[in-house]
Design a protein around this ligand. Structure first.
Ligand code: HEC
Ligand code: HEC
Ligand code: HEC
Length: 128
């Protein structure tokens, strides 16, 4: 017959190995590591709610692109009534001119590399 003890030991070893990245992260404190981003602008409010921007800035930016490129509409009105030119370089990067400490820091943490800068102008950053 099968040796139940060995099978169970095997399963336990397998589970520990499979989940080890998870345990190691907790042990090294990396589980709670978050990238540190810097807000460069004096402005207090983004073009939309901060929580919305955190989660869905890519949706908004694609929406802006479609409005400009397909509908020739360039003015965005935020929920508090402020208007913005729907432009990646002229608007987003005007306030978030520190791309490397802001956009890039989050993106390298999650492993996304938006290809936008192949065409769109990156802000010239002042090295501090
Ligand atoms: C008028 C200046 C201004 C413009 C324009 C602007 N932002 Fe922001 N953005 C801010 C400020 C200020 C904050 C921080 C708000 C806070 O702390 O509540 C912020 C927050 C954010 C955050 C959340 C960061 C975090 O705390 O996790 C993201 C993402 C973001 N902006 C992306 C964008 C994108 C993409 C655009 C263009 C569509 C844009 N912003 C345009 C000023 C701006
Ligand atoms: C708070 C962290 C954070 C900040 C700050 C941030 N992003 Fe992002 N961004 C993300 C995450 C997370 C994703 C990936 C979401 C996904 O894959 O579902 C993303 C995805 C994107 C995408 C879509 C990429 C793709 O391949 O689909 C674009 C475009 C983008 N971000 C633009 C920007 C720009 C421009 C800035 C700076 C003005 C910025 N982001 C700042 C977290 C951030
Ligand atoms: C192959 C070149 C190319 C790439 C790559 C590209 N774009 Fe564009 N984008 C354009 C062109 C051309 C326009 C039209 C410019 C205009 O009419 O002002 C445009 C317009 C836009 C606009 C509105 C106008 C403005 O000034 O920003 C937004 C927003 C935008 N793109 C976002 C993005 C984002 C986000 C990415 C990356 C995920 C991206 N684009 C990648 C070529 C490109």
């Amino acid at each position: 017959m099968y040796d139940a003890g060995k099978i169970i030991t095997g399963i336990i070893i397998f589970l520990v190995l499979m989940t080890s990245p998870f345990w190691l992260n907790i042990a090294s404190g990396k589980g709670s590591y978050k990238p540190e981003i810097k807000i460069a602008t004096e402005e207090k409010q983004c073009v939309a709610d901060t929580d919305y921007m955190k989660a869905a800035h890519m949706d908004l930016i694609y929406e802006w692109r479609d409005q400009v490129v397909r509908n020739e509409k360039r003015i965005y009105t935020s929920s508090n009534g402020k208007t913005y030119n729907m432009s990646l370089t002229k608007t987003c990067m005007n306030c978030h001119s520190n791309k490397s400490e802001f956009c890039d820091r989050c993106h390298s943490y999650v492993g996304v590399t938006p290809y936008c800068w192949d065409c769109h102008v990156e802000p010239k950053e002042v090295v501090q």
